[in-house]
Ligand binder design. Structure first.
Ligand SMILES: [Zn+2]
Ligand SMILES: [Zn+2]
Length: 166
């Protein structure tokens, strides 16, 4: 476990005086929330970044050092907790993957196609990065590919089938 302070940020919520530590090593790319260590409670909680963004103030000097000291001793002692954050990330991905497959099935039926099942994509470079249907960024983390057209399936359920301009 590294005691690398790179990218680590310490802040305080002025209304409550609660000290929090943000560590990039606690974050996962698929999450919309952020994982923040609470110095007072000595645990990591999920926060909605929009809710704390305007409320927190950066903390420096001795207060930062003390917060980091407590954080690093928590970090060293809580490998298991970090593993459980990793586990819940995998669990979320599994659920999201199942939902995507269901949406994909509904999408195909709605566009007059047969659902033939899904495939696990082969790793390719330069994939399509945006969904034509919902315009959102195509996230490979779900890792579901349409058997018919070979496109990565978007979280909205869309693939290449039903696209008009082919
Ligand atoms: Zn989409
Ligand atoms: Zn398709």
């Amino acid at each position: 476990m590294s005691k690398n302070e790179k990218g680590i940020w310490v802040g305080v919520i002025p209304s409550t005086g609660v000290l929090i530590v943000f560590d990039p090593e606690l974050q996962f790319a698929d999450q919309k929330t952020i994982n923040v260590y609470s110095v007072k409670r000595n645990l990591v909680r999920e926060f909605d970044p929009a809710k704390i963004r305007d409320k927190v103030r950066t903390v420096d000097g001795l207060q930062r050092e003390q917060a980091l000291e407590k954080y690093f001793s928590w970090k060293v002692a809580n490998d298991a907790e970090l593993m459980s954050i990793e586990y819940s990330k995998l669990e979320r991905l599994r659920i999201e993957r199942e939902r995507t497959i269901e949406r994909h099935r509904e999408f195909l039926i709605a566009h007059g196609y047969k659902y033939l099942g899904i495939a696990v994509p082969k790793k390719r470079v330069n994939r399509i990065t945006h969904c034509w249907n919902c315009k959102s960024h195509l996230d490979n983390a779900i890792d579901v590919e349409c058997v018919s057209c070979g496109w990565i399936v978007c979280r909205c359920g869309a693939c290449g089938c039903g696209r008009q301009d082919h």
